[in-house]
Each structure stands twice: as C-alpha cells, then as structure tokens.
Design a protein around this ligand. Structure first.
Ligand SMILES: NC(=O)c1ccc[n+]([C@@H]2O[C@H](COP(=O)([O-])OP(=O)(O)OC[C@H]3O[C@@H](n4cnc5c(N)ncnc54)[C@H](O)[C@@H]3O)[C@@H](O)[C@H]2O)c1
Length: 383
C-alpha cells in the first residue's frame, strides 16, 4: 500500500469557490491521509495555488501548512503537477484550458467551460487528441435535496414524468445602498458574465439526468439593474441578463420550466427549488430537503382548496428521510475525478457534458435573439 502524491494546480485559488470548495475539499482528503484507491494505495492531493495577488496567496498557503503557490500560470504549467483545475473568473477560460492541455495536464474545471458550444466542444476534442483526462464540476446533484430527487427517480417513484419546474434565485444588491454579493465580472459579457451562461450550466445536467435529455429551448431574458457599483465603488454598465425564463422540451414529451433570477425575493423553501410531477407522484426539493406526494396520497384540491385557509397544502407532503451517507458535493466531484485519473474508474461529467451545459445557454441566447424555439441537437465527442 503506497502513498502517491498527485500534484494539482488550483488556478483561482483565492476566489470564493476556489477557497471554500476546491482547496477546502482537497485539503480535507489530504488531511485524512489521502483517497483510498481500489488496490489499497492512497492518493494524496498536493496543491499548487495560482492567483493574481501574491499576498493573498501567501496567506492561504501559510494557513495550510506551507502550500506551494505562484502568481505565474506559465510557471505552474511548466512544472510536473498532473491536474489543472481552473476555478478563476469565467472569462478567458478556454485559452487557459488550451494552455494546460498543451502542457499535458489532466483537465478538471469549473462550469461554464466556454462561452459558446463550439468552443466548449473544441476543448473536449483537443483534450481527447492530447490523450489527457477531462472533467467539469457538476456538483448540484450531490446536494442532499437533489440527490433525493435522483433516488426517487431511480426508485421509479414518479412513473411517467410530466414536467419539471425550477424556481431559483434571490436578490443581488446593485452595490449602491448595500454591497453587491457577487463579483462584478458576473455582470460583464466580456468577462464571462450572464445568469443564463452561469446557471443553465447546472440546470442542463440536472434535467438531463433527473428527467430526460433536453431537446428544445425557448427563452426570455431581462436585466433588472442596468447599472451597478463594483468592488472599487465605481459605477459600471451591465451588459448581460440577470433574469432568465426558459421553457424546455424534453425527450419523451415532458416539459421543463426554469425561472432563474438575481432580481427576485425568496418566499419558498430554498433559493433553488425543483419540482417534478409524475403520473404516480410528485416531489419538491430544495438543496437540503425533499418532500413527496404520491398519487394515492393526493388530496382533492380543485374544490377543496377554494376557500382561504381551507387546506394546508404544505402539510400534505411527506419528507424523504436521510438514509444515505452524504459527503460534500465538491468533495464527491473531486473523488470521482481523482479515481478516473488514478485508476481509470468510470466517469460521467467529461468536457462533452460540460459542453452540453454551455449548449443550452448558447441556444437560449439564440432563442432570445431570434425570438423562436431552438432545437437542441445531440452532442458527441467525435466530430
Ligand atoms: N459549481 C458551482 O456551483 C459554482 C459556484 C460558483 C462559481 N462557480 C464558478 O467558479 C468560477 C469562479 O467563481 P467565484 O464565484 O469563485 O468567483 P470569484 O470572483 O470569487 O473568484 C474568481 C477568481 O478568479 C481570479 N480572477 C482572474 N481573472 C479575473 C478577472 N478578470 N476578474 C475577476 N477575478 C479574476 C480572482 O482573483 C479570483 O481568485 C466561475 O467560473 C464560476 O462560474 C461555480
């Protein structure tokens, strides 16, 4: 039983998701003595932090027992580390991934992988041609509430699925009276901003796996706040949408509805809520909890719900208990990718899956521009 160190470059280590998810979960694996492989060997993540601010990097590195760090991506890619994680701001990601592929690194990156489906697929093909392994972060189905939806689906709870409805978002302040909670690059097209590009990346894989592959999309998008205040206190013009409504056709006839907005106020179970209605039962899940109503337990609500407070609709649902172990979602993403690299374990979310997510956003934008339904063609790695 050997201890094998695996070098991982974290580009964007000082960003929100870089620090709280990628660094934190990889360091947790290392602190537990590494990831145990099938043959008993232990794979120990050895991080190289890359970012723009030397002082912040140094602080992070020292806080975790002297990790390696650099402000030079070129220098990091020239070294022997095997895996490249890009979790820096979305803009410019394809160029960084191309550079890492050319350097022979395995690629494990944040969503969205590219601004257009063509660029996203080009990255997948380039990585295949170079013979490196590749993957994208698809964490949401590992959240306890959504994992329970998958459990219900796999158990056949829903019967024939009729529709999936996603209601997501919260209010993001514009920075004038209260600090904006999201970095300003999210509101600039050239820097990879836009709610649809950001969030449809998640909804695509969730709907594909929970219900059925998406075959068509039509969308309406809008911008609630055309001007915002950035981190330095300067006003800037927003050139992307902060609200997106999408209607989806799914293989087999089910329909998907996604309402996603950073200009909405939350009065529902969670900031992300997914409802699936099937002939045999329905389920509603937030990130942490999931409730069901089976066909046989469905009360009469058409007449029964007619008078104010005549029925307590919330009380008519049964919570799905916690019966499955649940590791943090990003930890599960990392463990799957590390096993794929180290022992060729089966792996689903490759850059082709990443491109499918980009494809949905790309076609939603085209639907807005052309004011029509867009078919969603199947994507394959081979050209
Ligand atoms: N999988 C998920 O659920 C999830 C959640 C949030 C963010 N993300 C993705 O992770 C990536 C980072 O998001 P975040 O919320 O951590 O962002 P962030 O702004 O907190 O971090 C971005 C990092 O990139 C660096 N950077 C490089 N070039 C930059 C530029 N031009 N402008 C601003 N920062 C720049 C910053 O220094 C910082 O370290 C994005 O691609 C985002 O889509 C994924």
């Amino acid at each position: 039983m050997a201890e094998i160190r695996i070098g991982i470059i974290i580009n964007g280590a000082t960003g929100r998701i870089g620090t709280t998810q990628h660094m934190a979960n990889l360091l947790a694996i290392a602190a537990e003595g590494g990831l145990k492989l099938r043959n008993g060997d232990r794979l120990i993540p050895d991080l190289l932090l890359v970012g723009r601010n030397a002082e912040t990097l140094r602080k992070h590195a020292e806080a975790h027992g002297g990790l390696r760090w650099t402000t030079s991506l070129d220098e990091a890619l020239a070294g022997p580390d095997q895996i490249f994680m890009d979790c820096s701001a979305t803009g410019g990601r394809p160029a960084r991934v191309r550079q890492a592929i050319a350097a022979g690194k395995h690629i494990h990156i944040e969503k969205p992988t590219a601004p257009t489906v063509e660029e996203a697929m080009a990255l997948a093909r380039l990585a295949d041609a170079k013979g490196v392994k590749h993957g994208v972060i698809q964490d949401k189905l590992f959240l306890p509430g959504f994992a329970k939806l998958m459990f219900l689906r796999n158990a056949g709870f829903f019967g024939r699925i009729l529709q999936v409805r996603i209601d997501a978002g919260s209010w993001i302040f514009d920075g004038t009276t209260q600090e904006c909670q999201r970095p300003s690059w999210n509101y600039k097209k050239a820097e990879g901003g836009g709610l649809a590009l950001d969030m449809l990346a998640h909804w695509r894989y969730m709907i594909d796996r929970l219900v059925a592959p998406v075959t068509g999309v039509t969308a309406v998008m809008s911008t609630a706040s055309p001007e915002r205040v950035d981190e330095a206190g300067n006003r800037y013009t927003v050139d992307v949408e902060d609200t997106s409504h999408a209607l989806l056709q799914l293989q087999g006839g089910a329909v998907g509805v996604i309402t996603n907005s950073w200009a909405t106020r939350v009065r529902r179970e969670d900031t992300m809520v997914v409802q699936i209605d099937g002939i045999n039962g329905s389920a509603v899940a937030g990130r942490h909890r999931c409730f069901t109503q089976a066909a046989v337990n469905t009360p009469e609500a058409f007449f029964g719900g007619g008078k104010p407070a005549s029925m307590d609709f919330m009380a008519q649902w049964q919570e799905v208990p916690d019966t499955m172990p649940n590791k943090p979602p990003f930890r599960q993403c990392w463990e799957a990718f590390l096993r794929y690299v180290a022992e060729d374990a089966p792996y689903l979310p490759t850059l082709v899956e990443g491109a499918k997510s980009v494809q949905l956003a790309d076609l939603a934008y085209q639907s807005v521009a052309q004011q029509r339904w867009m078919p969603v063609p199947e994507l394959r790695a081979d050209p």
